[in-house]
Design a protein around this ligand. Structure first.
Ligand code: ARG
Ligand code: ZN
Length: 849
């Protein structure tokens, strides 16, 4: 875990492993502090490799014995692995090691969560289970025997035998070690079945701790929908007799796509109307789909090396977004994804942690499971699809599955498939994978004699290690509206390939209003100096639902920025425009709820910084509060009607329709609370019979400085439900007044239920602290100090979760000298901690710059 001098790994240094693995047999003798793992592996010299050094990864293992072809050997063991002299012909390697699952708090490798054994091997956790070439390009079939007393003992593939004290599994599909999984515990299943389109019967199970069996039905439905969807849309069938999902309470990430045995953070699979919000349901449905879709994009076709992570993650995020759009509302899903991209990926891409979608080097790969690799990676797939068209995309994907099934592939392979299927030269497109940073696209217009000219100019600011950028291929979807609001030119994809380029539209009777970057056709920042009248015009007339929403969003951004910098009053154009949209009952309530949203405070800070102004978090917070108050007053008469939308008389369903209505009703309730001081919210809290309404009412009360009694009642009601108590912790911090945010967080860390070693609980408090912009960046610096103190405490226990939370500091260079000095001191303090993990060392080094 700790390195004197952490080494940097480079993409350019890739070489194949010197051996192929033909077959892996593993035997586990389970015991909490001393599990024995015996491996029997057949290796053959790899004719494609130049170097035949026999090196097996292995960390934190106690080697008991090793042999080659039955003869005992004494390998040369270090804290990274072992080397050994081996024959120049196929041979059988056997090793027995001992590991300590109960003592494994890092939650990587084999560990225990609430008395159950489980594993997390991606990216490099298998080397903590046994000695092995732990790299994704080494693929093999696995046979696993588990000896133990647990009621349920699972591994990958199909069950082959089980009896008193043992279970055996065989996975016929060759896979890399990162997809290995083992689970053993006293679990209960929620069973179901699925028949694939070719008629294969598959057994499905969701395994949970006793007591959670009532929270599996929704996840199971989501799984079956995902299986059907992948057959219908991508022609991909499931390929084993069983598909198991297990819920685990202690988990560093959301979920993991282990072959035939997906392991989930319990927060990403367990759901019930009483304990989960509509947003939780939507997220669970998406994550179940994501992990299931990995069976083809990730497992059947995997990555050659970890630099290719976006090959599986970008594509699988893109696929799960398509799925959610199909299950729910396409524009609503798109808007939510863009809010997320701007909120998480843009700050990363425009700060010290900026890295290409396919990074070229890393110290700790766990630090590269980022919004850039995942979400920008998915945007790249979307752009490719836009550029080649839907039909060609489908053809290219068929070719990809045909050509690369069973492979450990690269981005070059992926792009070659598109080149071959479409005849297109994708060499310029490839820059999207290697150039970091968010491109800016500046727009200028000209109109004369019926011809409208749009000039687009692209540039990308320098990012760490990349001073100059080449022009990228940017698909810009554009439509034109005439003076009366009619569409005079339908959406057309402009391919911006040069630094500057003009596009003309002719036959126009009058100067049109352009609707640019429809559907957010590329992950760029549009710079278009246009009047608020033009934005308001788009807000009322644009036929593209995304751009219509974005027109409202840019009006909001603009008014907030002038409120902050010039002390201006809230813009009437914005308030009137949004009110008109909200009055339109023909529009989807979910869409109208999004219209009420405001740009995040961190996003405003970025916009100020971009424009050359040092952001003041307190001023940003005040302006946001003022605009909220103005919205409430402006829409006073409309709010009760909007709130009424949430009164669903039918039984609760977490579907798009009902959840959209509740989202609108809740947004209205929060504005009403600004007018009535919380009277309606208190009444709503008292009668809420689902978590969505209960939590939104509680949030309104907290924001109004009320709700102490309700907070206590909420705790008493839910104290035995860990996932609900996570919400209880998080809500108090995320909604705390900036003056008190750090104190609220600090007090919560003293609470008896603050199990800081549980990643969900730690993130509930500190994720919320980092997200409370004005509270986190309070001039006193107490929030910085509190976070640093806890990061230092968590690092020796769980470096991966600690390292992820370090990104709270990534935007520090935006703020004034006072903030920078305070954050700088905390970064120095963390960096100076003895024995700091490789994970956190890398993060802090990059953030400090
Ligand atoms: N492959 C998993 C997913 O995208 C995430 C695993 C992340 N693991 C990690 N150690 N960072 O669903
Ligand atoms: Zn994934």
């Amino acid at each position: 875990m700790r390195d004197a001098a952490p080494t940097t790994i480079y993409l350019k240094d890739y070489t194949p492993f010197g051996f192929t693995v033909d077959d892996v047999h593993l035997t586990f003798d389970l015991s909490p502090n001393a599990t024995r793992v015996t491996s029997r592996i057949t290796f053959s010299p790899n004719p494609d490799a130049a170097d035949h050094t026999f090196f097996l990864h292995g960390e934190e293992l106690k080697l008991i014995r090793a042999s080659i072809d039955g003869q005992p050997v004494l390998p040369n063991v270090t804290d990274k692995g072992l080397t050994c002299d081996v024959p120049n012909a196929p041979f059988v390697w056997e090793a027995e090691v001992e590991v300590d699952p109960a003592g494994n708090t890092a939650l990587e490798g084999l560990y225990m969560s609430n008395g159950m054994y489980c594993t997390q091997c991606e990216a490099e956790g298998f080397r903590k289970i046994t000695y092995y070439p732990d790299r994704p390009d080494v693929m093999s079939t696995f046979t696993v025997r588990i000896n133990g007393t647990e009621k349920v003992m699972l591994s990958n593939g199909n069950p082959t035998d089980q009896g008193d004290g043992f279970a055996e599994w065989h996975d016929p599909w060759p896979k890399p070690a990162y997809l290995f999984a083992l689970v053993a515990g006293d679990l209960i299943n929620h069973p179901d079945r699925f028949t694939t389109k070719s008629g294969k019967d598959v057994e499905l199970n969701i395994w949970v701790r006793p007591g959670d069996e009532g929270k599996c039905a929704f996840g199971m439905e989501a799984l079956k929908k995902s299986m059907t969807w992948d057959e219908d849309v991508y022609g991909r069938e499931y390929d084993l007799d069983v598909f198991n999902i297990v819920a685990v309470d202690d988990f560093n990430m959301g979920a993991m796509e282990n072959k035939g045995l997906n392991i989930f953070n319990s927060s990403c699979v367990l759901a019930s109307p009483e304990t989960s919000t509509d947003d939780n349901f939507e997220r669970i449905e998406a994550i179940i789909a994501h992990e299931y879709f990995h069976n083809w994009t990730g497992n059947r076709i995997t990555c050659r090396d970890w630099f290719q992570l976006c090959l599986k993650e970008g594509l699988t995020v893109f696929r799960d977004a398509q799925f959610t759009a199909d299950m729910r509302s396409e524009p609503v899903k798109r808007i939510r994804d863009v809010i997320d991209l701007r909120g998480r990926q843009f700050p990363e891409d425009n700060g010290p942690l900026s890295h290409p979608v396919r990074p070229e080097s890393f110290v700790e790969i766990n630090n590269f499971y980022t919004a850039t690799v995942y979400e920008k990676g998915a945007e790249l797939i979307g752009m490719l699809k836009t550029l080649v068209g839907d039909e060609a995309y489908a053809k290219a994907l068929d070719l990809y599955f045909d050509r690369h099934d069973g492979d450990a592939a690269t981005i070059e392979d992926w792009l070659q498939v598109f080149a071959d299927a479409t005849g297109r030269d994708l060499s310029q497109f490839k820059r999207w994978y290697s150039q970091a940073g968010t491109p800016r696209v500046a727009v200028s217009e000209d109109y004369s004699e019926g011809i409208y000219t749009l000039t687009l100019k692209q540039s990308t600011p320098a990012t760490p290690g990349q001073d100059t950028k080449q022009p990228q291929v940017i698909p810009v979807a554009v439509g034109l509206l005439g003076p009366n609001g009619d569409e005079v030119a339908e959406t057309r994809i402009l391919e911006l390939t040069e630094a500057e380029q003009s596009f003309t539209f002719d036959g126009l009777a009058a100067k049109p209003t352009p609707s640019i970057l429809r559907g957010f056709s590329a992950p760029v920042i549009l710079e278009h100096d246009t009047s608020s009248a033009q934005r308001a015009f788009l807000l009322s007339h644009d036929t593209d639902p995304f751009n219509r929403w974005d027109a409202g969003r840019s009006l909001a951004r603009e008014t907030l920025l002038t409120m902050i910098t010039d002390g201006a009053a809230p813009s009437g154009a914005y308030l009137d425009g949004v009110q008109a949209v909200l009055r339109d009952d023909t529009l989807d309530p979910a869409y109208r709820a999004l219209m009420l949203g405001l740009p995040g405070q961190s996003e405003l800070a970025a916009a100020l910084h971009d424009g050359g102004t040092t952001p003041d978090p307190q001023a940003i917070w005040s302006a946001t509060e003022t605009l909220r108050q103005a919205q409430a007053q402006h829409m006073q008469d409309l709010l009760p009607r909007l709130h009424g939308e949430a009164q669903v008389s039918a039984p609760y369903l977490p579907d798009a329709d009902q959840s959209g209505r509740r989202a609108l009703g809740s947004a209205a309730l929060s504005l009403i609370t600004r007018l009535d001081g919380g009277a309606l919210a208190a009444a709503e809290y008292a009668k809420a019979d689902n978590m969505t309404l209960q939590l939104s009412a509680l949030g309104c009360l907290i924001r109004a400085g009320k709700g102490e009694a309700e907070l206590q009642a909420f705790y008493d009601q839910w104290k035995d439900d860990r996932l609900v108590i996570d919400k209880w912790f998080g809500l108090q911090v995320s909604l705390a007044d900036p003056e008190h945010t750090a104190t609220v967080a600090q007090t919560l860390t003293q609470h008896a239920d603050f199990n800081w070693k549980n990643p969900n609980r730690f993130r509930a408090v500190f994720g919320a602290l980092a997200m409370n912009h004005a509270g986190f960046h309070h001039a006193s610096g107490t929030a910085y100090e509190l976070l640093a103190e806890w990061l230092i405490q968590l690092d020796p226990v769980n470096p991966q979760t600690t390292a992820r939370m370090c990104s709270a500091f990534q935007t520090w260079r935006r703020y004034d000298e006072g903030c920078q000095t305070l954050i700088g001191a905390q970064l120095d303090r963390i960096a100076a901690t003895p024995q700091l993990s490789r994970d956190v060392t890398e993060m802090i080094t990059r953030i400090r710059g």
